[in-house]
Write a protein that binds this ligand. Structure first.
Ligand SMILES: [Zn+2]
Ligand SMILES: [Zn+2]
Length: 122
């Protein structure tokens, strides 16, 4: 224990920002520093963490809202953290089963992908 006022931890001026994830429901916060070394800044690690957290606790951490693709006819459904894979899943399921699939976006209106849709005519 020193009371030298200049002995701020010399190793703390790390210029890499460590992504953190917090969860209000758990009242906790996590640092994802060990995940990000070879990845895009944070994003992938956070996705991975969010999916994991949901698997363990049944909810997503703060700031993470999934895209939900849910079949209207059968119990099939998936959750995704990005729009692209959610739409792809919906289209694939619709095409294979002839079931309409509802896509619940994190914000905005739900959307239904009907069988036969999705030939990319806007
Ligand atoms: Zn939580
Ligand atoms: Zn279905």
């Amino acid at each position: 224990m020193t009371d030298d006022p200049f002995s701020d931890d010399p190793f703390s001026d790390d210029d890499r920002e460590v992504p953190t994830v917090s969860c209000e429901r758990c009242g906790r916060e996590w640092e994802l520093d060990r995940e990000v070394d070879d990845l895009d800044p944070g994003s992938h690690a956070i996705e991975q963490f969010a999916l994991d957290h949901e698997r363990h606790t049944g909810h997503y951490p703060d700031g993470v809202t999934p895209w939900i693709a849910r079949c209207e006819r059968c119990p099939d459904g998936e959750r995704f953290l990005a729009e692209r894979p959610a739409r792809r899943w919906a289209r694939t399921h619709a095409r294979h089963t002839r079931h309409p699939v509802r896509i619940e976006a994190p914000r905005g209106d739900d959307e239904v992908v009907a069988p036969g849709d999705g030939e990319d005519g806007s």
